[in-house]
Design a protein around this ligand. Structure first.
Ligand code: ATP
Length: 359
């Protein structure tokens, strides 16, 4: 049902018992295009599993981090559309607004406010060593005019996202692990400086599908913003498109199928995808799966990967189409999510401002 529960039926973060510790799960995704298979296997599927397995004293908070999206240039019309599509996708994969707080980051100003306060604590040396900053700026080495402050301070905003909700656990893909380490440093540093325990250093939950690689360049991760659309499988791709992308995936000309990410990154990526996408798989490791595939041709392997991905994506794609056309429901979900997220953040902001002397 599309009915949203009224605010007073919501299980509040504060409703904890003395025996079981409160758990708050926070994660985010940039609304920078339709999520791809890497986003799904590396992060989004885990969001849904955590929601479905959540104990009553767990709060789940999932954000479309639009303020992160504008750290690189975005077309306003396109961004507005992506925000809507991304929200529809979160519902399509199975997030339930009656169980999880789902909201657009820019609807809750406390995220930016805490970011500023944390920016006054964060070391620029530490930020400069972040891999993602180094990767994203590799092509603009000689033009510091072009490098934007927002991209540099991306991890500070990410720390604020997590800390403002006092998240205890953050499910992310492998590429975000370093940023989470930074968030812990910031929380500990803040608590130490102000003699408080207001901020909670969060634990990282890395999905078993650590890194899904690009189909066009298996040494790079699959990403929404890569210019080559054949490098990723979108959760909205038709069966035909999925099949043609998998068929065109870069592999090698060695005989047989073996799992060796160092020497055979393309084939190993396909085995990884097969292993993680097939949730009913009876195999306990990629090596074991590869053992059973050993005598297969590359073509047969690709067919099998396409079949598995098609069946993973099918129900998501159908549900997405329905969600996208229900604009008033999407608006309602976003408004209710923002109200709940603002309440969660307000508790922290009060304590933070008090600790710093701003209030
Ligand atoms: P962009 O290319 O626009 O930077 P992205 O594809 O890297 O986007 P994000 O919005 O930055 O995606 O990340 C959303 C979540 O998906 C994060 O938890 C991230 O760790 C995870 N993720 C992104 N790419 C992959 C991947 N290739 N494999 C596994 N997890 C991934």
């Amino acid at each position: 049902s599309r009915e949203l529960a009224p605010w007073n039926s919501w299980s509040r973060p504060q409703s904890t018992t003395a025996t079981t510790p409160r758990k708050t799960i926070f994660s985010g995704i940039q609304p920078t295009g339709v999520p791809h298979l890497g986003n799904y296997l590396g992060a989004l599927r885990q969001w849904v599993d955590l929601q479905d397995d959540a104990a009553p004293n767990t709060t789940l908070i999932y954000s479309l981090v639009d303020l992160h999206a504008i750290t690189v240039r975005q077309d306003p019309k396109q961004l507005r559309q992506w925000k809507k599509e991304s929200l529809a996708m979160l519902l399509a994969i199975g997030l339930d607004p009656n169980k999880s707080i789902i909201f657009h980051q820019s609807d809750v100003p406390a995220h930016s406010e805490l970011m500023w306060i944390l920016s006054c604590q964060a070391s620029t040396g530490y930020l400069g060593r972040m891999t993602q900053w180094k990767d994203k700026t590799a092509n603009e080495k000689d033009s510091s005019e072009k490098l934007k402050l927002g991209l540099f301070s991306y991890p500070v905003l990410q720390a604020a996202d997590v800390l403002v909700h006092r998240a205890t656990h953050v499910p992310v893909g492998h590429d975000q692990a370093q940023h989470l380490e930074f968030a812990r440093e910031v929380a500990n540093g803040f608590n130490h400086t102000f003699g408080t325990d207001v901020l909670i250093p969060p634990e990282t939950l890395i999905s078993p599908a650590k890194r899904v690689m690009s189909l066009a360049d298996p040494l790079a991760k699959m990403s929404k913003s890569h210019p080559n659309p054949k490098s990723r499988i979108l959760l909205t791709d038709s069966d035909e498109v999925i099949r043609s992308k998998v068929k065109a995936a870069v592999t090698d000309s060695n005989d047989g199928i073996t799992y060796d990410p160092q020497r055979r990154p393309g084939v190993s990526n396909l085995i990884d995808i097969l292993y993680h996408a097939d949730s009913r798989s009876a195999y306990s490791s990629q090596e074991e799966l590869a053992g059973d595939l050993a005598g297969m041709s590359m073509r047969a392997l690709k067919d099998r990967v396409a079949d598995t991905v098609e069946s993973t994506v099918k129900h998501i794609r159908a549900s997405y189409e329905n969600m996208l056309h229900d604009s008033s429901h999407l608006d309602e979900v976003a408004a209710q999510g923002a109200e709940r997220a603002a309440k969660s953040a307000a508790v922290t902001m009060k304590a933070v401002k008090n600790a710093v002397g701003l209030a």
